[in-house]
Each structure stands twice: as structure tokens, then as C-alpha cells.
Design a protein around this ligand. Structure first.
Ligand code: SF4
Length: 292
């Protein structure tokens, strides 16, 4: 992947959404994980089809911007979603090491955060994350749509294998960091079988993951053509059926309802209670002591 260094005007971006964190912080633009279903391509549709996977833009002044924004009197210490569009623990992060600096800055300004990744590069920073969680509220998550290695390597060729993703979350959970698994995307005929879904619930329970958030595939914008081309090549036996299910960008309401019912009954069976984990207001010790 070609690296291109850029400077930007701001680090934090507001997006009104259903999830509790409305502030996104993206260190990179572009992603080396190359997921076949990548929805982030939709928000980068001004790029060529594969450009999102071929170039990574590195926001080299992100720490400077973040410090300025967090030190503003207007900052309410709302939760920040690290990597709302691209995975921050992608290849370029091995070299730039910006995530630890972002975490340190958020902690300094007493700001809680979410961090979602599919990469075990996070192992490098586990000590920092665990230390930070003693000062501000943190939720760390990963997304897992299957534990089948062959399937995962086709769907998410650049990401760490799912078993290892669960393993870093287990370590965090054992160290009292809140953890969550995004069980997504549910892909018709491929990851939506009840045995596949139940395996995810069962293994997450054994790994002491606190929460599972299921979600279905959506194919907005140019993602639809790219994904259906991928299905035609890799899973030709399902191509017609999947294409028929996507008249527009989303699956039908009745399909969504069946998927929701399956997840609800497994949520009950494996005793996962929360739909979304809310980050409570910041817990701030009288004397803030930074561990790094
Ligand atoms: S990790 Fe996310 S941003 Fe990166 S390729 Fe996969 S879906 Fe796209």
C-alpha cells in the first residue's frame, strides 16, 4: 500500500447516529484489511474502486489537532469512537505508532473512548489500554462474522484471524476492560446460518465478552457492485440468490426480522443483556495520574 502523508484541519468529526459515541477520530484514510464487504468504500466513493485499499493517507498532525480540540472549553468529554471509518491498527500503524499517542491524549483530557479493531497489532498497546481504562471509561471491540478461517480469509484477507481477535479481547476482559463483539456483517447464505451465529455467541460467552452487537450486510453505493462481483467469483452458487435479495442497498424488513429473532433468542440463551453499551460520564480521580 502506498503511504501518503497529509495534514488535516481537525481530528474529531461529529456524526449523529444510534451508537452512543457520536465523535469519530480517524487517523488513517484507506485500509489495508481489504474486506470484501467494506462499507467504508461508500463514504470514499470519490476515490477509484480499489483506491481505498491501495493508498493509505496518514494524518500526521492528528495529535496536534486533537490536543487543540480537547483543550477547548466547549469540549464536553463525550465518548470518542477511534476508527469510525477505517481500522486504526492497520499496516501503517506499525510504523507511525499514532494510536498510543491518541490514547494518551484522550486520557490527559479525561475523554472516554471506544476502539474497534480487527488487528492483533493492538497487542502492542494492551498495557497502555489497560492502564488508560483505570482512568477513563473504555470499550474495546472487534468485529467477527465467522470463526471459519477459510471463509474469513476470503472475506477479510488483511485482518487478523477471528480466533486471535477473540484472544486479545479475552485478555482485555480479564483485565477489567469492557469488551464487545460486533457480529457483522450477517451475509445471506454465507454467515447467516444459525450454526455460524450460535458459534459466535458461544465462543464470545466463553471468552467473557460482555456484549454482542449483531448487524446485517448493507451494500450502499459502489460497495454493491464490488461485493456482488466478489460473490460471483468466490461463491458462484449463491450469486443469483444474494443478488435477488438486494433489490436496493439493504435486505428486506422480513429478512432483518428473522435475523433479529435468531440473535434475540441466542442473546437470551447465552445471557448477553445489553443492546448497546453506554459509556457512563467520565470517572475522574481527584488527582489524575497518568500511567504513561
Ligand atoms: S476493517 Fe473496516 S475499513 Fe478496513 S477494509 Fe474492513 S470493513 Fe473496510
Amino acid at each position: 500500500m502506498k503511504e501518503i502523508q497529509i495534514t488535516t484541519k481537525s481530528a474529531l468529526h461529529w456524526h449523529k447516529r444510534k451508537m452512543p459515541a457520536n465523535w469519530d477520530l480517524n487517523i488513517y484514510r484507506g485500509c489495508s484489511h481489504r474486506c470484501a464487504y467494506c462499507f467504508a468504500r461508500y463514504s470514499h466513493s470519490y476515490l477509484e474502486d480499489d483506491a481505498f485499499f491501495e493508498n493509505v493517507y496518514v494524518k500526521t498532525n492528528i495529535i496536534e489537532n486533537l490536543k487543540r480540540e480537547l483543550s477547548s472549553k466547549k469540549w464536553q468529554r463525550e465518548a470518542v469512537n477511534i476508527g469510525g471509518v477505517t481500522d486504526v491498527y492497520q499496516k501503517a500503524e506499525e510504523k507511525y505508532k499514532l494510536v498510543p499517542q491518541v490514547i494518551e491524549t484522550l486520557v490527559r483530557y479525561k475523554t472516554p473512548f471506544y476502539l474497534i479493531t480487527k488487528s492483533d497489532l493492538i497487542q502492542r498497546d494492551l498495557d497502555i489500554i489497560i492502564a488508560a481504562s483505570k482512568i477513563v471509561d473504555i470499550i474495546v471491540g472487534t468485529s467477527i462474522c465467522t470463526f471459519n478461517k477459510t471463509l474469513s480469509s476470503k472475506l477479510e484477507p488483511g485482518a487478523t484471524e477471528p480466533e486471535k481477535r477473540l484472544s486479545f479481547l479475552r485478555t482485555l476482559s480479564q483485565n477489567n476492560v469492557h469488551t464487545t463483539v460486533l457480529m457483522m456483517p450477517g451475509i445471506p447464505y454465507i454467515t447467516d446460518t444459525s450454526s455460524n451465529i450460535e458459534e459466535i455467541f458461544r465462543r464470545c460467552k466463553h471468552a467473557h465478552i460482555e456484549n454482542i452487537i449483531p448487524g446485517l450486510l448493507n451494500l450502499k453505493g459502489n460497495t454493491k457492485k464490488i461485493f456482488l462481483d466478489f460473490i460471483r467469483i468466490e461463491f458462484p452458487e449463491y450469486y443469483k440468490d444474494i443478488a435477488n435479495l438486494f433489490k436496493g442497498s439493504y435486505l428486506s424488513r422480513s429478512y432483518g426480522e428473522r435475523f433479529r429473532q435468531t440473535c434475540m433468542s441466542l442473546r437470551k440463551k447465552y445471557q448477553f443483556y445489553n443492546v448497546y453499551q453506554e459509556i457512563p460520564p467520565p470517572k475522574i480521580p481527584a488527582q489524575l495520574k497518568l500511567p504513561f
